[in-house]
Ligand binder design. Structure first.
Ligand code: MLT
Length: 331
C-alpha cells in the first residue's frame, strides 16, 4: 500500500513538506466527510450483519451529515467483502462491518488475497449477539434432546445451512456437530438471510444463527427453536432454554461485531467515525430495536478504535490454537 519508495525525489519532498503546513488531523477533521460513505456488509442482505449495519448506518448518517450507504458483498464466508475494504482507498469512505469472522478468518484461511490481520484499522465494537439452534417447522423433534437423537440417526441426510466457512453460522454448526459427535451435510449461502428463507420453506433442515435474524421467525412460529447459545436465557426469547439447560453443557457461542476502515486511514477520521458510532449506539430507538432482536449495543468505551483493536487481536490469538488443533481449514 505504501508507494513512497517509488516516488521521485521531487514528489517525495512535496509529500513531506507541503502537508506539514496544515497538520493532518486538522485537515481530516475539517473536510471529512464531504461525500457519501459506504459500509460493506460481507454477507447477503436481510441477514443478521445486514440488520445491525442498517440500524447503525442510519443514525451515523444523521450525525455525520452525509448518506451512509450499505452495500452487501457476500460470499466465501465474508472474505470477499473484507477483501474489498482491505484494498479500498484509506480515505474513510469505504468501511466494513464484520463480525467474529475477523477473529477466525486469519486462522481458517491460509491463503487470502488480502492481509486479514494487518489490512484494517478499527473504529469500534458494535454489539455481541447470542445464537440460536433452529430447524424448519416440521423438523421431527420438539426439544434439543430429540433433535440430537435425529441428527445422530440421520447424519448426512440432515442439511445444515450456513453462510460459508468462517461465518458465525459455520462456527456454531461445527461446534454443534462436534458436541453431538456426528457429521451433517452443510449447505453454504452468501449469508443467513437467504438461508433463513430456505429454512422457512423447508429446503434445508437446521441452522445455527444469531438472534438478530431468528427472533422474529421463532416468535412467529415460522421456524422451530431448540436452544439459545448463551449462559443465560435471552429476554427476547424467554421460553427458549439455554443449550446447557437443554442438554449441551458448555455449548456457548456469541457473535461480536465491529466497524473497520482500510489500513492507513487517518486517526482523526477513525475518531470521527467512532464518535458517530457512539451516537448511534446510545440512540434510544436503536437500543429498543436491538432489545427486540435479542441483543444490546456495547458500551461507549468499547466503541472506540483502541478497545476494538485490543479485543480483535485477543480474539485472533484465541482462535488460532483452536482452529489449528481442529485442523479445519477453508483452503
Ligand atoms: C453468519 O452466519 O456469519 C451470519 O449470519 C452472516 C450473515 O450476516 O448473513
Amino acid at each position: 500500500m505504501n508507494q513512497i519508495t517509488r516516488r521521485s525525489a521531487l514528489t517525495l519532498a512535496a509529500a513531506l513538506t507541503i502537508p506539514a503546513l496544515v497538520p493532518a488531523p486538522l485537515r481530516a477533521q475539517g473536510t471529512y466527510p464531504n461525500k457519501p460513505i459506504t459500509i460493506i456488509v460481507p454477507f447477503a442482505a436481510g441477514g443478521p450483519t445486514d440488520v445491525v449495519t442498517r440500524l447503525v448506518a442510519e443514525i451515523m448518517s444523521r450525525d455525520l451529515g452525509q448518506p451512509v450507504v450499505v452495500e452487501n458483498v457476500g460470499g466465501a464466508g465474508g472474505t470477499l467483502g473484507a477483501q474489498r475494504v482491505a484494498q479500498a482507498r484509506p480515505d474513510g469512505y469505504t468501511l466494513l462491518l464484520h463480525h467474529i469472522g475477523m477473529g477466525t478468518t486469519p486462522s481458517l484461511y491460509r491463503r487470502l488475497a488480502y492481509d486479514a490481520v494487518n489490512g484494517f484499522e478499527t473504529v469500534g465494537l458494535v454489539t455481541e449477539v447470542p445464537m440460536t439452534i433452529i430447524a424448519k417447522k416440521d423438523f421431527p423433534a420438539n426439544n434439543l434432546a430429540e433433535m440430537i437423537q435425529v441428527l445422530r440417526e440421520r447424519k448426512q441426510n440432515v442439511n445444515l445451512a450456513n453462510a460459508g466457512v468462517g461465518a458465525a453460522s459455520h462456527i456454531c454448526g461445527l461446534l454443534l456437530q462436534s458436541a453431538v459427535q456426528t457429521q451433517l451435510t452443510t449447505v453454504p449461502y452468501r449469508g443467513t438471510g437467504p438461508a433463513m428463507t430456505d429454512l422457512i420453506s423447508g429446503t434445508v433442515d437446521i441452522m445455527c444463527d444469531q438472534t438478530t435474524n431468528t427472533t422474529q421467525q421463532i416468535n412467529s412460529g415460522a421456524v422451530k427453536a431448540f436452544a439459545v447459545t448463551t449462559a443465560t436465557r435471552n429476554a427476547a426469547l424467554p421460553n427458549l432454554p439455554t443449550a446447557a439447560e437443554a442438554g449441551l453443557p458448555g455449548f456457548e457461542v456469541s457473535v461480536w461485531h465491529g466497524l473497520y476502515a482500510p489500513k492507513g486511514t487517518d486517526s482523526a477520521i477513525l475518531n470521527r467515525l467512532s464518535r458517530a458510532l457512539q451516537v448511534a449506539l446510545r440512540d434510544e430507538r436503536l437500543m429498543a430495536r436491538f432489545a427486540e432482536l435479542g441483543t444490546a449495543p456495547v458500551s461507549q468505551e468499547q466503541a472506540t478504535p483502541d478497545y476494538h483493536r485490543r479485543y480483535w487481536q485477543a480474539d485472533v490469538a484465541k482462535w488460532r490454537p483452536i482452529i489449528q488443533a481442529a485442523g479445519q481449514y477453508a483452503d
